[in-house]
Design a protein around this ligand. Structure first.
Ligand code: GLN
Length: 451
């Protein structure tokens, strides 16, 4: 109990948790004791995990880090949450995130930013961003408060925060994990996945989280492999592609060096390294930042002050006034920006010029990957173009923030499994991550290379 209380106190300083639920974790611990006595332990018996506050949890507030959903208590669990609980896990709390998962630094949360437990070693002691949107998850794991947590990844929100905090995180193939009960951001991109200290823990969690769900129309009806049992760091015979278009202009030397280090590591593990081309990479960010806001503007139309959460009803207000007041008050600036961009690109006059075009480019990006995977089994890239930046550093400039997603969004647009694994520290003592992208459904290959 002392360690437990210390963990909760540590979490408070980082602002990683929106709601603490120690009773849930303790109940799971008791159940684990009982299961142990009966020799009936489950894969996650008693493991106290963190739950990104984008997953609906019955009886526990689920906010998406937004004022709009403050106090909203869903009557059911997200499928992924239910699966983790069924596997024996307990929930230590609901973790902070960027509001509606929109952001790369956790600074768009209504409940305040999360602080990374990392500090630079060169005297620059400005608090650092834990990455986003799963920044509560990454900070809580990096600070050793929880051994593992759930994340969601729409354009990099598992991988980039993992890279920023020196932990591992995998976004599986689109459709592996049910989206049922996850607050929707961009439905054709949203995927849940685990974040943990190492690859093996990610494999164990992913197994518990995956599987067909009739409640999600895009859920894949396929068996879930025993990824952990099959885990092997031997890459003999594997071909690892290095996409040349990821050598983006202005890439810092330390990221170049990180990539070289990764190439040496996969060679050591027995892989052959090949040069591949993904010619449409440079359009990926623009494509993502049209498609994701378009879907978000549609998904977020449901927050009308009637069905969920907040309702602002000024004196004498009619229905229209109530909608306007509620949405003006309930959504943060980044969410409003996305809704504005999304409604613009979906509007009658601009639909073809922006939305249709983006969908076409998305198909080209997916085809690039298909072609590349004719000559290789996996792709290796840096996860992000920089180490963690300071809180506030990119906040004033949305475009600078969006640019940080340059290496993660292509795999999201193509629905591919992709993982970030820690790959050492930069000169300032900050963690850097390498990204491994796999063929559809080849989580095993991705996890093996990550190991
Ligand atoms: N940073 C990206 C965005 O703001 C990705 C977010 C995510 O994957 N949820 O949209």
């Amino acid at each position: 109990a002392e360690a437990f209380n210390a963990a909760v106190a540590g979490a408070k300083a980082l602002n990683a948790f929106i709601v603490e639920t120690p009773e849930h974790a303790l109940a799971a611990a008791d159940a684990a004791d009982k299961a142990k006595a009966e020799d009936n332990l489950k894969p996650l018996s008693g493991v106290p995990i963190g739950m990104k506050d984008l997953f609906a949890t019955a009886g526990y507030q689920t906010t998406a880090a937004s004022h709009m959903l403050e106090g909203f208590v869903p009557p059911y669990h997200a499928t992924v949450a239910a699966k983790l609980f069924d596997a024996g896990a307990g929930m230590l709390g609901k973790l902070n995130l960027d509001q509606f998962a929109m952001g790369s630094s956790n600074e768009t949360s209504y409940f305040g930013n999360v602080i990374s437990p990392w500090r630079r070693n060169d005297g620059g002691n400005a608090p650092l961003a834990p990455g986003g949107s799963s920044g509560g998850s990454s900070a809580a794991i990096a600070a050793r408060i929880v051994p593992a947590a759930t994340g969601t990844d729409t354009g990099g929100s598992i991988r980039q925060p993992a890279a920023f905090t020196g932990i591992s995180g995998i976004k599986p193939t689109y459709g592996r994990c049910s989206r049922y009960g996850i607050v929707a951001f961009a439905s054709s991109l949203d995927q849940a996945g685990p974040m943990a200290r190492d690859v093996r823990d990610c494999a164990i969690l992913l197994e518990a989280m995956s599987g067909f769900d009739a409640k999600d129309a895009t859920s894949l009806d396929l068996p879930v492999p025993d990824w952990e049992a099959l885990l092997s760091g031997d890459l003999t015979g594997k071909r690892v592609g290095i996409p040349r278009e990821y050598r983006v202009e202005g890439m810092p030397a330390e990221i170049e060096a990180l990539w070289e280090k990764g190439i040496a590591l996969v060679k050591d593990a027995g892989a052959t390294v090949v040069d591949v081309s993904l010619p449409h990479t440079r359009y990926a960010l623009a494509t993502y930042y049209i498609i994701a806001p378009a879907e978000a503007s549609s998904n977020l139309a449901r927050y009308d002050g009637v069905r969920y959460g907040l309702r602002d009803l000024p004196d004498g207000a009619n229905l229209q006034d109530m909608y306007a007041a509620t949405r003006a008050d309930g959504f943060g600036p980044e969410v409003k920006r996305r809704i504005l961009i999304g409604t613009y690109v979906l509007s009658a006059g601009y639909y073809d010029a922006y939305y249709t075009k983006a969908q076409r480019v998305r198909a080209l990006i997916a085809r690039d990957f298909e072609r590349a995977f004719e000559t290789c089994d996996l792709l290796l890239t840096p996860t992000a173009p920089s180490a963690a930046f300071a809180l506030g550093e990119k906040n004033a400039d949305p475009l600078a923030m969006y640019l940080n997603d340059v290496f993660t969004v292509p795999a999201s647009l193509a629905g591919l499994p992709a993982m970030s694994v820690p790959a050492g520290l930069d000169a300032k003592g900050l963690p850097l991550g390498l990204q491994i992208i796999g063929k559809p459904l080849d989580e095993q290959g991705v996890l093996d290379a990550g190991l």
